[in-house]
Design a protein. Structure first.
Length: 337
């Protein structure tokens, strides 16, 4: 094999690794990578948007010392909010999607966990168990983070919170995405108009409303498959967003994210995460799932998590973050005392 051919394969391999990280860390890497790649103007725009989106949250942590993303293994909670221009639920808004990302610098590994929105869990301060997606409705970002920390027994170092409008605006900015639709679908649109979206199965180009309907639908499969579907849609969005064809649209993408995003990541924090995408090392990437079963309690549907599956996922995330389970629980209980 010629040196040129080997070099070409190595370059392609590195690009594949970078793409995997990029779509997992959307939207913040869309902001930073596009800005860094395409000039001073976009860099300043991205910095301004990041600063406006910055919303720190005081949450009891399982860490004694705050994590530094330039040096430490960190976790990020990605929150998709069930809100839009027509809903305006405000403080009563539930989360429509919850994903936890853990990053390990030494091993250059990334783990992604999708948490089913109907998971039957304990929410701090509530007397009865309920669906995890209600934590944000009861106590906003702070309570949502606390609930996930309690469930997984790990620190949540950062969060990124977005609503339907961000999704719609980004997909509009890139003129739609190519996604495989797994089945015939009839769904409502973002304005809750029943039957407004109709799709046939197969690989096709979707506009913003169609992509959102596919991401949101809960009528054709279960919460586990829904999480996988959402991951594939995010992957398609970021692949298109960072493509050469989308260079002229980067400003619109950044604006779309800035109007509809909240995060406790500073712009410097975001830039430090680019090292995962820029690393020449092979990425150890794992997707995790929480096994469970459908359940009806007092006439309400819940997804009951399997204790063994939950224990295994907790251990895997703790290992990625180099967190000792006993010390993590002890540190957390000390912050509450």
């Amino acid at each position: 094999m010629s040196q040129q051919l080997r070099s070409s394969k190595t370059i392609r391999k590195k690009k594949r690794n970078r793409r995997i990280v990029i779509w997992i860390l959307t939207p913040l890497l869309v902001i930073t990578l596009s800005a860094v790649a395409y000039g001073t103007f976009l860099y300043k725009k991205a910095e301004s948007v990041a600063n406006k989106s910055y919303k720190p949250v005081e949450v009891p942590s399982k860490r004694k010392v705050k994590a530094n993303p330039k040096l430490d293994n960190v976790s990020i909670l990605l929150m998709g909010i069930d809100d839009s221009q027509t809903r305006h639920f405000g403080k009563g808004t539930r989360t429509d999607a919850l994903m936890v990302v853990t990053l390990n610098k030494k091993e250059n590994s990334l783990k992604l966990l999708s948490i089913p929105r109907d998971s039957y869990v304990s929410i701090p301060g509530r007397s009865k168990k309920t669906k995890i997606n209600e934590a944000n409705a009861y106590g906003g970002t702070k309570l949502a983070i606390e609930t996930v920390q309690d469930l997984l027994d790990i620190p949540i170092d950062y969060y990124v919170k977005m609503n339907f409008n961000a999704f719609l605006d980004v997909v509009k900015a890139i003129d739609g995405i190519d996604v495989n639709v797994p089945y015939k679908l009839v769904e409502q649109d973002s304005k809750d108009q029943q039957g407004a979206i109709r799709l046939q199965p197969g690989l096709q180009h979707l506009n913003a409303e169609e992509a959102l309907a596919l991401a949101r639908t809960r009528h054709y499969d279960n919460d586990i498959q829904r999480g996988l579907r959402q991951q594939e849609i995010i992957k398609a969005i970021v692949k298109k967003a960072v493509s050469v064809d989308s260079i002229p649209k980067q400003g619109k993408i950044i604006d779309a994210l800035g109007k509809n995003m909240e995060t406790n990541l500073t712009f410097d924090d975001m830039k430090s995460l680019v090292s995962y995408a820029a690393s020449g090392k092979k990425l150890d990437f794992t997707t995790l799932h929480l096994e469970g079963k459908d359940s009806t309690i007092s006439g309400i549907y819940y997804y009951q998590l399997d204790p063994h599956s939950l224990a295994n996922v907790k251990l895997e995330l703790q290992t990625t973050l180099n967190i000792n389970p006993e010390s993590a629980s002890k540190a957390f209980s000390n912050t509450k005392s």
